[in-house]
Write a protein that binds this ligand. Structure first.
Ligand code: 1PR
Length: 624
């Protein structure tokens, strides 16, 4: 498609004429105040000169959140990165990627205060190759309601608003969803019906005023803008760097000259958010001092023979890479002894994250030990500093366990949000989609629900002594200490404090392979409006379909089933229940006669590989 000439929807980003031959730039200061539209005062001698090196990509990283994954993806595709230091670097870029992360207002502050916003507008108005990602798309609009209204760059007409959760749609929109491709965008040509990864609470809506920009939409309660394209300017709401091979193809199509790529665009079709399957690696140092992946039975990770050694199931980086290749939708690392160590002193764990993120292009979550901490020298580290180091090392989300219990107890006691808890601090800076709360509850059986002040449920299967009810007591420090708070109360409290997702373990089911605790998952996923990840107990693939069909869980996490390849006994000549569940996504031929429909980016492939079944991803189909 030919580049279209630019016109700004408003006066926000109009520039003086720009010469492409001069390398000199003199930028006037941008007249921008918080919470007001982005306005340029005046410009003198704005000029753009493209650098000539084809292998270099200019990256605008203003230092919030995980830009490491974008860097890794660019390098993985064989390109070098030049970081923007000054507005001049933007104007001189041959191609520019802007992976906006964090919240809208602080990002606009940085763009404004550094002069980068003005340079960006000039660059885009000159139809220079540009790819905005996530917030990098939203900032192109006139304003956002996120902590606002806050003025944006004003290149595209429209206001970025919050998803409406009143119709039962969980916010943030986290996970794999399909695109409705509305016009030729070139960079989306390989996507077809495959899903891409979204994580956001705010979105821009299509309108008559911005329809010329829209190259694809996505449906999540509303139809929102998933990507825009005008000439050489592209922006996507999803994360190509976290969308596996399909996402890498989007980046590749942006980075490589059109002529070197073949392939014909096919229309994407609308779909709903897919359920996610997450591979979890419980990590700790073993008795020999090596960081290993381990796995417990009801949280006991020591062998019963072999002098009670910590079970060693493999190396974290290698296993993460393997599960990514097998089609995991996400990978989680839980540092299970983080509660007693200082995480920033745990250099191997940070290295694991850095190395894993070089080759794993789906979301990475890390948990364990995230809390305020004072080291032996008396130096205080806030939980935000701890989390920041994890984000810098490659995490997309952090998971808080014990500290979330303390924060929830305090909040329920005082009813005051102090803004100081780890959940509040980290979600304020990185967004609530980056904060997972991991709950470690233990079932406590009851004959009479009025015996406790906590929410209890009538059990589907009575307890060992015929008890009909149970409440789920939260624990801390890896299940070692029970606390006076139930999983239900905790989930509601942490949602109010700003958690974006709940990882719901169950100590009773952990490592048992007998299925998820459906009663528990149902209770919690009905109680909150943020996504709930069901965890603990997966033993066969039917357990995934069970938890997805009987509860409102958005994702299911498992560990042992993948580590130990425990699914070998599945009869694959019979249709799996998963087939019924994911009716809009993929076709997978699993035998001479049977076809399976996959949940998202090959998550079932992960299960198949765990079963020793060889399969490979071929375009949008997974063939055995
Ligand atoms: O409290 O903030 O330091 O975080 C500690 C984190 O480590 C928490 O997320 C907590 O769940 C986790 N953790 C602590 N001790 C253990 C343990 O096993 N001894 N692991 C532990 C939790 C539970 C799941 C597991 C699923 C699926 N493991 O993550 O992977 O139960 O297992 P399965 O599919 O094999 O049944 P903090």
């Amino acid at each position: 498609m030919e580049a279209a000439p630019f016109t700004s929807p408003s006066s926000t980003c109009k520039t003086s004429s720009i010469s492409s031959s001069s390398s000199l730039i003199s930028l006037s200061k941008i007249s921008y105040r918080n919470h007001s539209p982005f306005k340029l005062k005046s410009r003198r001698n704005l000029s753009v000169r493209a650098s000539n090196d084809d292998s270099v990509v200019t990256l605008l990283d203003y230092g919030a959140g995980n830009v490491r994954s974008v860097r890794n993806a660019i390098r993985h595709l064989g390109f070098q990165i030049k970081d923007v230091q000054t507005p001049k670097d933007i104007l001189n870029a041959r191609r520019l990627i802007f992976p906006g992360v964090g919240a809208f207002a602080p990002a606009m502050d940085v763009l404004n205060n550094t002069g980068m916003g003005e340079a960006l507008c000039s660059y885009i108005q000159n139809d220079r190759p540009f790819l905005g990602i996530c917030l990098g798309l939203q900032l192109l609009f006139e304003s956002s309601d996120e902590n606002g209204p806050v003025g944006g760059l004003g290149m595209i007409p429209g206001v970025v608003g919050r998803f409406d959760s009143s119709h039962g749609f969980r916010v943030p929109h986290i996970g794999w969803n399909a695109l409705q491709i509305t016009k030729d965008s070139e960079i989306l040509d390989d996507i077809r019906n495959r899903h891409v990864y979204f994580v956001h609470s705010y979105r821009a809506m299509p309108s008559n005023e911005n329809k010329e920009w829209i190259s694809s939409t996505c449906n999540y309660g509303d139809e929102f803008i998933a990507s825009v394209r005008r000439g050489n300017v592209h922006a996507v709401q999803f994360h190509p760097e976290k969308s596996g091979d399909v996402g890498l193809s989007v980046l590749r199509r942006f980075l490589l000259p059109k002529s070197s790529l073949t392939g014909k665009r096919t229309e994407g079709k609308a779909s709903k958010l897919a359920k996610r399957v997450i591979a979890c690696l419980d990590v700790r140092t073993n008795d020999e001092g090596d960081l290993v992946v381990t796995k417990g039975d009801q949280y006991d990770v020591r062998e019963h023979a072999e002098q009670s050694k910590v079970r060693n199931l493999g190396k974290p980086v290698e296993l993460a890479g393997q599960y990514y290749n097998d089609g995991a939708d996400e990978v989680s690392f839980l540092n299970i002894t983080g509660f007693r160590d200082f995480p920033l002193g745990d250099v191997p764990m940070l290295q694991v994250l850095r190395r894993a993120s070089e080759n794993v292009f789906v979301p990475l979550t890390v948990g364990g030990g995230i809390r305020d901490f004072t080291d032996s020298n008396g130096r205080y580290y806030s939980s935000l500093e701890v989390a920041s180091e994890y984000f810098r090392s490659g995490a997309d989300k952090i998971s808080i366990g014990s500290d979330a219990v303390h924060a929830a107890e305090e909040y329920l006691k005082t009813k005051v949000k102090t803004g100081k808890s780890s959940i509040e601090q980290i979600s304020r800076v990185y967004g609530n989609q980056a904060v997972v709360v991991s709950i470690d509850p233990r079932r406590v059986y009851l004959n009479d629900p009025s015996d406790v002040e906590f929410k209890s449920i009538k059990l589907t299967k009575p307890g060992p002594n015929g008890e009909e009810y149970a409440w789920y007591q939260c624990t801390i420090n890896g299940g070692r200490e029970g606390r006076p708070i139930g999983a239900y109360e905790l989930a509601k409290a942490v949602e109010e404090l700003g958690a974006g997702e709940i990882l719901l373990n169950c100590i009773d089911c952990d490592g048992q392979g007998k299925g998820f605790d459906i009663d528990l998952v149902k209770m919690i996923s009905d109680a909150v409006s943020i996504p709930v990840i069901a965890s603990s107990g997966a033993g066969v693939s039917e357990h995934f379909s069970d938890v997805f069909s009987k509860t409102n869980a958005s994702a299911a996490l498992a560990a042992g089933i993948f580590h130990r390849k425990e699914m070998a006994d599945i009869a694959f000549d019979q249709p799996l229940e998963l087939e019924l569940l994911y009716c809009e996504t993929y076709n997978m031929k699993i035998s001479n006669s049977a076809y399976l429909l996959l949940p998202s980016n090959g998550a079932l492939g992960l299960c198949l590989r765990a079963s020793g079944i060889q399969c490979s991803i071929m375009s949008s189909s997974l063939l055995v």
